[in-house]
Design a protein around this ligand. Structure first.
Ligand SMILES: C[S@@+](CC[C@H](N)C(=O)[O-])C[C@H]1O[C@@H](n2cnc3c(N)ncnc32)[C@H](O)[C@@H]1O
Length: 365
């Protein structure tokens, strides 16, 4: 028998809480009575969303509640929110749980609306530290005049690498071409590095993002949604997002609205003949897989590779099992040719792809 929505929610929380970032939820859920209206309404919601959305409803649902808690910090019920966490240290559980349920009941319609209309668009500044060595490598293979396109930019944090410095635990660093060394992302290195981890990052002729569900760092609701998507106990993630949003307000990278399959043609049409294309993405591949767009995406890259060098660099869950597991998150470079593609597994990054770890493959004996 397939697990119910609430069983899936509970299982996901346990998995996602591998480092304590979902402690709030992992403490709360077991104490909500299994007969509670909360579960029956959640099942109802679960059954009304598409199969694609069912893959992510746990994130959308927890973030929708967080969205309200963040917005209403001054109200007495929301003030109970931190109290719920504390209560699970052993005392006075019931009043806070009931306050929490009451809080949700009063906002249920809006929570449902958020689940139906929003998407999981988590955007992490640290991913730039994982991408920078890949982009350097891609440029050294493709040549200096490459166009860089990011697929699935969300609000745009992974377009900020020219303005920041990635500092690695090997003692080396890659400085973005416009970095003044003030915005630093730290990344631990494990395994045997197979890519250079020092130097100056690429200077793109043009750098453009493509995003199907546009978000803006200037839009209060969009920013509130991105903050709500941060796991409740992930203080590091929240401060990184705030740091990235501040950087976006200064640099405003170019982002085109629309599906990559519809928009990339215009971008390529504006490129000089033979100009290499470096296309990259972080945690976007599962969106293409779930929307049934993977085959079209690959056909498109193969087609473009007839007229110019195409290199794809990406961070993604192991293909074929999107969102099924938190680990591994693969880091890959793929060179597209007329006849096909050569794909290279460079290594892995941390389970949440925060960008705080790049684990290279061990050297073959
Ligand atoms: C999980 S977010 C990752 C954001 C960013 N790349 C990062 O690593 O922080 C994936 C993004 O891909 C976008 N996306 C999904 N399908 C897309 C498509 N067909 N074309 C363009 N963007 C897409 C989603 O809306 C979402 O904002």
């Amino acid at each position: 028998m397939n697990p119910t929505g609430s069983q899936r929610l509970r299982e996901w929380i346990l998995r996602a809480n591998y480092d304590g970032r979902y402690t709030f939820w992992s403490n709360l859920l077991p104490s909500i009575d299994s007969e509670s209206w909360f579960w029956s309404r959640y099942e109802e919601l679960f059954s009304t969303v598409s199969d694609r959305k069912q893959q992510h409803i746990h994130r959308l649902f927890t973030a929708a509640i967080q969205f309200h808690l963040d917005r209403e910090r001054e109200t007495p019920l929301a003030c109970n929110f931190p109290g719920v966490r504390l209560a699970y240290d052993g005392v006075a559980v019931t009043p806070q749980v009931s306050a929490f349920l009451d809080f949700c009941a009063r906002r249920w319609q809006s929570i449902e609306n958020i689940v139906h209309t929003r998407e999981v668009q988590i955007n992490k500044l640290g991913r730039n530290a994982v991408m920078l060595p890949l982009l350097c490598e891609a440029q050294s293979r493709a040549g200096d005049s490459a166009l860089f396109v990011e697929v699935g930019s969300s609000v745009g944090l992974s377009l900020l690498w020219p303005w920041l410095t990635a500092r690695y635990s090997t003692g080396s660093r890659i400085d973005g071409c416009f970095s003044e060394g003030r915005v630093v992302c730290d990344c631990r290195i494990a395994g045997n590095p197979t890519l250079p981890l020092s130097g100056i990052g690429p200077k793109p002729v043009r750098l453009v993002g493509i995003e199907i569900d546009s978000l803006s760092a200037d839009n209060e609701d969009d920013v509130a949604w991105l903050l709500a998507l941060v796991a409740p106990n992930d203080d590091f993630g929240r401060s990184e997002l705030e740091r990235g949003l501040e950087l976006l307000s200064r640099h405003r990278p170019e982002i085109l609205a629309g599906c990559v399959l519809d928009r990339i043609g215009d971008v390529i049409a504006a490129m000089p003949a033979n100009q290499p294309l470096i296309v990259y993405h972080c945690m976007t591949l599962h969106h293409l897989i779930e929307a049934g767009k993977l085959a079209a995406w690959r056909r498109l890259l193969r087609h473009v590779a007839h007229s110019r060098p195409v290199i794809e660099a990406y961070v993604a869950w192991e293909e074929g099992s999107p969102s099924a597991t938190l680990w591994p998150v693969e880091v890959r470079i793929r060179e597209w040719h007329r006849s096909g593609q050569d794909s290279e597994l460079v290594g892995w990054t941390d389970p949440s792809a925060d960008g705080t770890l790049l684990r290279f493959r061990e050297e073959r004996p």
